[in-house]
Design a protein around this ligand. Structure first.
Ligand SMILES: Cc1ncc(C[n+]2csc(CCOP(=O)(O)OP(=O)(O)O)c2C)c(N)n1
Ligand SMILES: [Mg+2]
Length: 375
């Protein structure tokens, strides 16, 4: 497989980050004492872990896109430009206790919760060694706190609320978190989940990932109200955050988690971001025609990876340290992609498409262990 070439064209050598945007990034957190208090607790090592997780998430998508170009797979659903919404949320959780239900733009949640990076690649190849043994490209592992999503929009909300009800009934300090798109906030399932969660005051965090579009329909075309107004209908005051500002997402979700474990019921985090590509790789040209070009420019300048990098440099972290983290992340993703390709021809036998089903426990190995009360 072709190695990732270093991106170092001469015209960028003396490039300086946009000072105004980095100041805005910092001010966004500093203006809220609670959020800035949360961010101040982050050590340099922790900040570098977050940087690594952002890079792993971005590089996984680049690897998948390369596979599409090379004809290894026919298409891929990517989250480029939206990585901070995933990384900031998961970083605020207790990975050994909490559960998440990621959607297609939250691939980073898998490796952050402890799933091997290679699963992000084998799931697309449908090989026998892929997480669902070739049955589905959605993947999870309840033993690691990742509930496998289904493709029906909005349905992860009632499922997450159900998991949270189990935690509440057992008196456990645990939360369930799921993401839902701006489009998915229009579904009955999402509203039913919110009714259930708010009525029973369960410890669930619903993250509305408002990337301003659902397939080819802009947010202003798919509903009369704004996604951030949805929680009010269920008596929930949302925590708004800048979805491209990793630290703002992290701080908002940390506060949301505290509220949940205090027993104050469900929380909704609304993260404003922007889908920089197509719904998947097949409709990127149409996606560019869905919005005015300057909107891409606006959000491109607010790239979550670039802004966080600038922030870290301003914090005094050496550029060599960042380069080292990047080199490790690149190697890890390349290794995962190569490992997945090695089993590319390992097709599961057709009869394996049949399985006993969830009701017989056939696909939920580890559920009992995961949900058992932990000391
Ligand atoms: C109930 C349901 N209706 C329609 C679809 C087809 N579909 C898949 S993704 C999508 C758009 C989702 O938009 P949004 O919730 O904003 O998430 P995004 O793709 O922007 O992350 C649609 C309509 C579906 N999967 N489920
Ligand atoms: Mg959307």
């Amino acid at each position: 497989m072709k190695r990732y070439a270093a991106f170092d064209p001469p015209e960028y050598r003396n490039w300086q980050p946009d000072g105004v945007l980095v100041r805005e990034y910092r001010r966004r957190i500093e203006k809220d004492p609670e959020r800035s208090g949360v961010v101040r607790q982050l050590t340099t090592d922790r900040l570098l872990d977050l940087y690594r997780d952002l890079l792993l998430t971005r590089l996984q998508d680049i690897g998948l896109k390369r596979w599409v170009r090379q004809g290894v797979i026919s298409k891929a659903w990517l989250g480029v430009g939206e990585e901070a919404v995933t990384v900031g949320c998961v970083a605020a959780l207790e990975p050994d206790r909490d559960v998440v239900i990621p959607m297609i733009r939250n691939a980073g949640a898998g490796h952050m919760m402890g799933l091997p990076l290679v699963h992000g690649f084998t799931s697309y190849l449908a090989t026998a060694d892929s997480p669902s043994a070739g049955r589905d490209f959605h993947y999870g592992d309840v033993a690691e706190g990742v509930i496998q999503p289904v493709s029906h929009m909005g349905t992860s909300v009632p499922v997450a609320a159900g998991a949270a009800l189990a935690f509440k009934n057992r008196g456990e300090d645990r939360v369930a978190l799921t993401w839902t798109g701006d489009g998915a906030t229009r579904t009955a399932a999402c509203h039913e989940g919110l009714v259930f969660a708010s009525r029973l005051r369960v410890p669930v965090i619903i993250v509305i990932q408002d990337n301003q579009v659902a397939l080819g329909t802009r947010v202003d075309q798919h509903g009369a109200g704004r996604p951030e107004d949805v929680p009010a209908a269920h008596g929930i005051a949302p925590l708004l955050c800048d979805g491209n500002n990793l630290l703002d997402v992290y701080a908002a979700t940390t506060l949301a988690r505290r509220q949940c474990v205090r027993g104050d019921g469900p929380t909704v985090v609304v993260a404003e971001t922007f889908r920089m590509g197509g719904h998947a790789t097949h409709d990127e040209r149409e996606a560019r025609e869905t919005f005015a070009a300057d909107l891409f420019e606006h959000w491109g300048r607010r790239d979550p990876v670039g802004l966080f990098e600038s922030y870290l440099l301003e914090e005094g972290i050496a550029v060599e340290t960042l380069a080292e983290v990047e080199a490790h992340a690149t190697e890890a993703v390349e290794h995962a992609a190569e490992e997945a390709l090695a089993s590319r021809d390992d097709r599961p036998p057709p009869e394996h498409a049949l399985y006993p089903g969830i009701s017989e426990g056939g696909v939920l190995h580890g559920l009992a262990a995961r949900l058992a009360v932990r000391g």
